[in-house]
Write a protein that binds this ligand. Structure first.
Ligand SMILES: [Zn+2]
Length: 372
């Protein structure tokens, strides 16, 4: 990418086009509330740097210059997104608009930091061997707390503490590397390229091995700590979480909590997917555990709505099929403390695979690098 400094206003124009697609100068000026003259001044350095192009200049040479749509050239860029789970590394190659071009999943044999660095490096090498284009940047996300984009401060899933993961990867890969929390990455991907596109304010609530919470306010991702939503109190008479809280989100919704509650009831170990199947088939124990978890999810979504006023709440995460199995219980939790005046947040269930999380990691790299 070009290294000449771009003003914040020019960058905003480039991001507007990246996110919302090719636009004429007239439409762009209207959308951004800019005069034609100001827009021309802001666009010029972007054209000179090759960040933007006049998109159909070749096909319709007769038309006036000002009517030509401006666009980015997504295919000129390559980003790699990597999402680490305890069992596997999910990796994708994307273009500038986070469109997935290639994907790979590799089992993790060891969670030792040098082994994971080597495994990520091997995947990046394979991807690079498939393309003539250099990789612009690699984004990596992990579950847990990430400090200043540099250090995995605490990841209970990986059992990592104070690991300077970005610098270690940067040294190994030799390309720019960006590191963040996995829910932050997924939120960023939804914000620019996914279900949150077009919303100035939305939240993402994920359930699975852990509970995640992402928040966008005024088109900006707000830093949300991992632990407060994980242990958000839902019901003081609820089940216990590993930290000794009664009725927190983890106690109700973490996969292990659901698995152990149903397994204890039946006296045998029962996996998460089987729990959901049993709930669908009206098994009394699974139905009870799943419906109570779904109600807790609805209550927490309702709290997010009350506290933030976001227009949209996206429910996702690998455990979110629970919200489809027990949809009426989610609804109950959502409306339990309603007041007779609205409007409330729209709440939607959007299952996403771990490749979507890897795309979130790529989005972290795109956001950091574009438009240079
Ligand atoms: Zn707790």
């Amino acid at each position: 990418m070009d290294c000449s400094p771009l003003s914040a206003s020019s960058k905003a124009v480039a991001i507007e086009i990246l996110v919302h697609g090719a636009q004429s100068r007239t439409r762009l000026a209207n959308r951004m509330g800019l005069s034609a003259a100001t827009l021309t001044r802001l666009v010029r350095p972007l054209l000179e740097a090759g960040v933007l192009v006049e998109s159909d200049a070749v096909r319709t040479p007769g038309r006036g210059r000002s009517s030509l749509p401006l666009d980015v050239v997504p295919d000129r860029y390559r980003f790699i997104g990597v999402k680490l789970t305890t069992e596997s590394i999910y990796a994708v190659v994307t273009d500038l608009r986070a469109k997935i071009l290639e994907r790979e999943v590799v089992a993790i044999r060891s969670l030792r930091v040098p082994d994971v660095v080597a495994a990520v490096s091997a995947i990046v090498d394979v991807f690079q061997s498939h393309s003539d284009l250099p990789v612009d940047a690699v984004g990596v996300t992990v579950g847990g707390q990430v400090e200043a984009g540099e250090i995995v401060a605490d990841s209970p899933f990986l059992n990592w503490h104070a690991v300077p993961f970005r610098a270690l990867l940067r040294e190994e890969l030799g390309t720019p590397v960006h590191l963040d929390n996995d829910v932050v990455g997924l939120t960023q991907a939804q914000h620019w390229f996914g279900y949150g596109k077009g919303y100035e304010n939305f939240a993402l609530l994920t359930v699975g091995a852990g509970i995640g919470y992402g928040l966008v306010v005024n088109n900006t991702v707000v830093p949300t700590l991992v632990s407060p939503i994980s242990h958000y109190p839902v019901d003081p008479a609820g089940p216990l979480c590993p930290l000794g809280h009664r009725g927190c989100m983890t106690a109700y919704l973490a996969s292990d909590s659901i698995i152990s509650a149903v397994s204890v009831g039946h006296g045998r170990l029962i996996g998460y997917d089987e729990v959901l199947e049993m709930a669908k088939a009206d098994d009394p124990i699974a139905s009870r555990v799943v419906s109570e978890a779904a109600r807790a999810l609805g209550r927490t979504a309702s709290a997010i709505s009350s506290l933030t006023g976001v227009e949209l709440i996206i429910l996702s995460g690998e455990g979110v099929h629970l919200a489809e199995v027990a949809q009426s219980s989610v609804e109950q939790g959502l409306i339990e403390y309603d007041v007779p005046r609205g409007p409330n947040s729209e709440c939607v269930v959007r299952p996403m695979t771990f490749f979507e999380w890897a795309r979130g990691a790529a989005a972290i790299a795109i956001q950091a690098e574009f438009p240079g």
